[in-house]
Each structure stands twice: as structure tokens, then as C-alpha cells.
Design a protein around this ligand. Structure first.
Ligand code: GLU
Length: 421
């Protein structure tokens, strides 16, 4: 049976094909045989459920929800829940497998999963969102839990949604806050979880620059996205003296040649809900932001931000993938050939799941860490993973992405062999 990912070019690859292609590039380097490739690519379980829900106006709406459990060789499966209009089985499948490689790469005791509901969260009231969430958990509660599969926030979901999930799951199974991570701090959440993904991007950007022999104060940055990931990345990078010249959110891009006042922009977003009409910057489009003449780009919004049709406009020499799957493989190959250093998503945004792991550990011990401890442990885990990836990329003479996949695949393969089939 042919399990290889399709060749580059021709028809645009779907999200899962993109991940499989990255997988195969790494698998080729370590001579992984076909039977293992098939085993490690295929998800363990895919669940599609209907989510019937009464809307505020009395209408009955039937949404579709997914949970894909990709691999559990290294521990319970782990991954976020995404509420977005683009969510479909293929995307969730791709994101679930990325979680397997991400948790293996940072060496935390989990496998990978992902879930989502195809819905525009901006069109929902808070009550509708709660009803949808509870109904979804009614449908999937048997297959998730602290020792099986632990959901967490992703695009379109937040700490409050996690609290509803805990409450709904516990109605069936009894008290156990470790059934979900990314909860509010006052509801068994971990200090530092909310900032973790963005902070992790910042920590890793710093490490990468150091390896490249450059200083943050000489590094100009554009950040696509000012949500949970982008805003915390901007905050950390600003505090670390990077020069941030552009950020964007749902309302568009904002540029300042002198550098943006990030603390002011954070306050503005909290007050106004978005950066719309932010006064101290020039308005630019998302495409213009990606094409800016800056040293570093941090795509931390959507998948497929950098593709074959816009890859030639990229001028940055370093890209930190805050989002999952932001670069399409054609563009990835082009950028690599042109000397652009890409820090891949499975490392760059692994800070979130790493602090989710700390939350799960604290919940299981009924003990709570202070913020310093969380930040120190996060730094230590990400630093080790970064050094390993850097080393592997030199040893194999491959991109950081392929190096990251090599390390992750080796770990999952080893766990599979040790556990037996
Ligand atoms: N959704 C996040 C990710 O893609 C976090 C997952 C988690 O904390 O389990 O990594």
C-alpha cells in the first residue's frame, strides 16, 4: 500500500497531507520502514459528532464536532479544542498529529489529539457558546479524561470554556480537574498558562537569535496575530528588547517605522476589544505585514499564512511559527533553499502544551506552583528541546523542522517498540 505523502506541486495539499509530507522528509532521513510510517501516521481514533443546540432566538442549530486521537504511545493524548468556521476532519487530523510530534519533541508524557467545532465563535452569545460546549462534552465525555485524552484551549476557545468543560465532564465522572487544562487560575488552572504559548515563542526566538550570533536589539520583528499567542509573544519580545515594527489582528495590520509601543497596544486591545482605530501606527494589510523588510516574522494567527503565491515577497531571514501549520510545504522548501531559518510550530508554540502539562501535574497533586516556578520550568524544557533540535539539524544537515520531526518520530517509535503493539 502506498502511504507516502503526495509529491509537491500540482493540486494544493490539504492540511494533513502537509504534515505527512514533513513526516516523510524526516522518516526518509532515519530510514523508517513503511510499516512504521503507516502506523505512526494513522490516527488511533476519529470521532465526528452532531452538536444540536438551541440558539438564543429559539432556533435549533445542528453543528458538527470532531475529536481526533492520533497516538498514545507515550501517554494520554493531549491537544486543544478549536472553534472556527474552517474546522473540518482533515484539519483536526493534521493538528492532532502535530500534537503527537510536539509533545514528543518537548518530551512530556503525552500523545497527541485535537478537537474542534465548525462554527464562527464571533457569531455566538456567551450562553450559546456554553450550551454548545456542554453538548459537545455530552457527546465525547467517554473518550476523554485525565488518563485518556486531555483537551485544552485553541483558536476560538479560552479559559472560561475550559471551566464549562470541567464542570460538564465531572457531571459524568466525578471531581477531577486534571480532565482538562487551560482553566482559569481560580478554577484549578496553572499560573502562567495563558501567556505560555506566546512567551515560549519569545524564549525560543531569543535562543535562536543567540545561535545565529545576533542580538534582539538589532532584530526588527513583525507579528501576525495579536490574540493569545501573538500578544504574549509581543509582550515578551518587547521586554527582551526586540524591535517590533508591526502587528496585526482581525481589524488589520499596524506598522510603525520607529517601533511599536507594545504595552500601549496591549492596554488598547483590552479596552477596545481589538486594535481597530489604534492611533499611533500606520494601517497596513496582512499581506503587507508578511512582506515587510524586517529580520524576523512571527506568524501566530492562521494556518497557511505563507504559501506558494506569497512566498516570494517574504524578506525576513528568521520565521518563528507561533501558529500551527502557518507555512505551506512549497513555501517551506523555497524559504529553506533561500537560507531563511524557520523555527517550526511543533517547537515554537510548544510552550502552551508544556504549561498544560504543569497544570495537569499540579491538579493531580492538589498542589499549586508559583509563577516563577512555572516560568523557570518552561524555560528549561524549551531550552533543552531547542538545543536538541539545533544539534540534530547540524548532525543531519536538515532544516530545523525536519530535525524536530526526526527527534519526535524516534521517541514515539521507541515508545511503541517498548510498549509492544
Ligand atoms: N492548543 C495548543 C496547541 O496547539 C495547546 C494544547 C494543550 O495545551 O494541550 O499546542
Amino acid at each position: 500500500m502506498n502511504t507516502a505523502a503526495p509529491a509537491l506541486g500540482k493540486k494544493p495539499l490539504k492540511a494533513n497531507e502537509c504534515v505527512q509530507l514533513y513526516f516523510d522528509r524526516a522518516a526518509d532521513q532515519i530510514g523508517l520502514d513503511d510499516s512504521f510510517r503507516r502506523l505512526l501516521k494513522m490516527p488511533r481514533r476519529e470521532v465526528t459528532v452532531e452538536v444540536p443546540v438551541e440558539m438564543d432566538d429559539g432556533r435549533l442549530e445542528t453543528l458538527v464536532g470532531f475529536r481526533v486521537q492520533h497516538n498514545n504511545a507515550r501517554g494520554p493524548m493531549k491537544g486543544g479544542l478549536r472553534y472556527h468556521w474552517d474546522v473540518d476532519l482533515d484539519e483536526v487530523r493534521a493538528l492532532a498529529s502535530l500534537m503527537t510530534w510536539k509533545t514528543a519533541l518537548v518530551n512530556i508524557p503525552y500523545g497527541g489529539a485535537k478537537g474542534g467545532i465548525c462554527v464562527d465563535p464571533r457569531s455566538l452569545s456567551r450562553k450559546e457558546m456554553e450550551r454548545i460546549t456542554r453538548k459537545f462534552i455530552d457527546q465525547i465525555h467517554e473518550i476523554v479524561g485525565p488518563d485518556k485524552d486531555i483537551p485544552a484551549p485553541d483558536m476560538g476557545t479560552n479559559a472560561e470554556v475550559m471551566s464549562w468543560i470541567r464542570n460538564q465532564w465531572e457531571k459524568y465522572h466525578g471531581f477531577n480537574p486534571a480532565c482538562i487544562t487551560g482553566k482559569p487560575v481560580e478554577d484549578y488552572g496553572a499560573r502562567g498558562r495563558e501567556e505560555a504559548t506566546g512567551r515560549g515563542c519569545g524564549i525560543l526566538a531569543f535562543k535562536l537569535l543567540k545561535r545565529l550570533g545576533r542580538k534582539p536589539s538589532d532584530c526588527s520583528v513583525a507579528i501576525q496575530g495579536f490574540g493569545n499567542v501573538g500578544s504574549h509573544a509581543a509582550k515578551f519580545m518587547h521586554e527582551s528588547e526586540f524591535k517590533i515594527h508591526a502587528v496585526s489582528d482581525i481589524s488589520g495590520g499596524y506598522f510603525n517605522a520607529e517601533g511599536l509601543d507594545i504595552p500601549d497596544m496591549l492596554t488598547y486591545t483590552i479596552k477596545n476589544g481589538s486594535l481597530e482605530h489604534y492611533p499611533s501606527a500606520e494601517k497596513i494589510s496582512n499581506e503587507e505585514l508578511l512582506a515587510l523588510d524586517v529580520n524576523m516574522l512571527v506568524p501566530s494567527a492562521i494556518g497557511n499564512a505563507i504559501r506558494e503565491d506569497n512566498m516570494h515577497s517574504i524578506k525576513a531571514q528568521v520565521i518563528i511559527e507561533g501558529a500551527n501549520n502557518p507555512i505551506h510545504p512549497e513555501a517551506d522548501e523555497y524559504l529553506y533553499k533561500n537560507g531563511v531559518v524557520v523555527l517550526p510550530d511543533i517547537l515554537a508554540n510548544a510552550g502552551g502544551v508544556t504549561v498544560s502539562y504543569f497544570e495537569w501535574v499540579q491538579n493531580r497533586q492538589y498542589y499549586s506552583w508559583d509563577l516563577n516556578r512555572v516560568r523557570q520550568q518552561l524555560d528549561s524544557i524549551l531550552s533543552s528541546a531547542f538545543e536538541e533540535v539545533w544539534q540534530a539539524s547540524n548532525d543531519f544537515n536538515v532544516s530545523l523542522r525536519t530535525a524536530a520531526f526526526i527527534l519526535a518520530i524516534k521517541r514515539v517509535k521507541r515508545a511503541t517498540e517498548l510498549g509492544g503493539f
